[in-house]
Design a protein around this ligand. Sequence first.
Ligand code: PLP
Length: 456
Amino acid sequence: MSTISNHLPTAELQALDAAHHMHPFTTNDDLTAKGVRVIARAKGVYLTDTDGNEILDAMAGLWCVNLGYGRPEMGQVAARQMNELPYYNTFFQTTHVPGIALAKELADLAPGDLNHVFFAGSGSEANDTNLRMVRTYWAELGKPEKSHVISRKNAYHGSSMGSGSLGGMTYIHEQGGMPIPGIHHIGQPDWWSEGGDMTREDFGLARARELEEKILELGAENVAAFIGEPVQGAGGVIIPPSTYWPEIQRICRKHDVLLIADEVICGFGRTGNWFGAQTFDIIPDIMTVAKGLSSGYAPIGASIVNDKVAKVINACEFSHGYTYSGHPVCAAVALENLRIMHEENMLDHIRNVAAPALQNALSALEDHPLVGETARSGMMASIALTPHKESRAAFASPKGDVGYMCREHCFANNLVMRHVGDRMVISPPLVITPEEIEVFATRARKALDATYADLK
Ligand code: PLP
């Protein structure tokens, strides 16, 4: 029986953590001297650490705690489901009610004829499913060579071998032999950093047309699918020009290439609609979902698949699945999350209250000498830091140093705001109030001021 609890002194918890706990995306040795932050509890948009600091979480954990922390209904539903049916699998011709109900709910919510759901335990797993599913789809249609998948540089689709290969982050590819063969990356629609003298609209079209060039280079008969996040999240909240997605969809349809929208961050209200695909007016063949599906209260992901693809996959034995595909407790928690979103008219709150307040806060920060642009889609946003606004210049210091400094000042001011390179990213719980957004803005400005002072 473990005697380790919140009541131990923070230093003792930190030492135990450093001795035994390997953290994701972390140089663990650095934590030995620095000491990891230990989060004890959370309520609404605030985290409390073991030193009693109340930290405003402007990242909703990892872009996922959309309902905010500490919703008792979610715990009650999980406990009820654990007592009734804690586990059964969905292999071998069996199912259970939470799995049936969640699949139906997702089919009803998704646009177009995305009527079929394959469950996974996470976004990475769901994207691995997609990779195998699109290749299997074309193989079943007698075209096994139509197997290449095109993605974008600086995309994030997970960190397993399949999903990490689909992603376009070179620092991930450098470890463990990625990308696996048959995956290609074209340029991202990041006008601020890469658009040069082009207008946003022209740049959006130019980047979309890289897809057509890549399809023609590989031969359309060899290309299975294109995958993209409606708004790149982990890449820095890169909001594509309005011309980008319609052109991508046109090219996919013209060349008979399946379109996968990775909605792991964008799904469930984050961009102001149920799905980012709706915000950008496209209808993909497959959508990846996770994170906001359960507001992060339980690990669950899924691929939502249209009639065309499901017809082929359902006719064969797709030899794929996870022990926890459609886990009944996770499915029940996800259903409760969606019920609360409907009951509380979350989309109305985002569109009419939270997003306008966030926009005001961001606009007010634009006068800060370090702030180049602010960008926002619904409740995901970013602040580009720059030494020179007009030329959209990058800092001379290694990319990310200034962003890292700003992130550390945020922590010191009890604010969680992440950095991606020298872009600060924001994705608070969707339930955040205008008053809480004011707290965010005050703490963010303090962090920016302190960063600016350090640079002098
Ligand atoms: N896809 C996107 C767009 C993501 O942002 C993430 C995680 O951040 C993933 C996939 C991977 O999801 P998970 O961490 O649940 O495996």
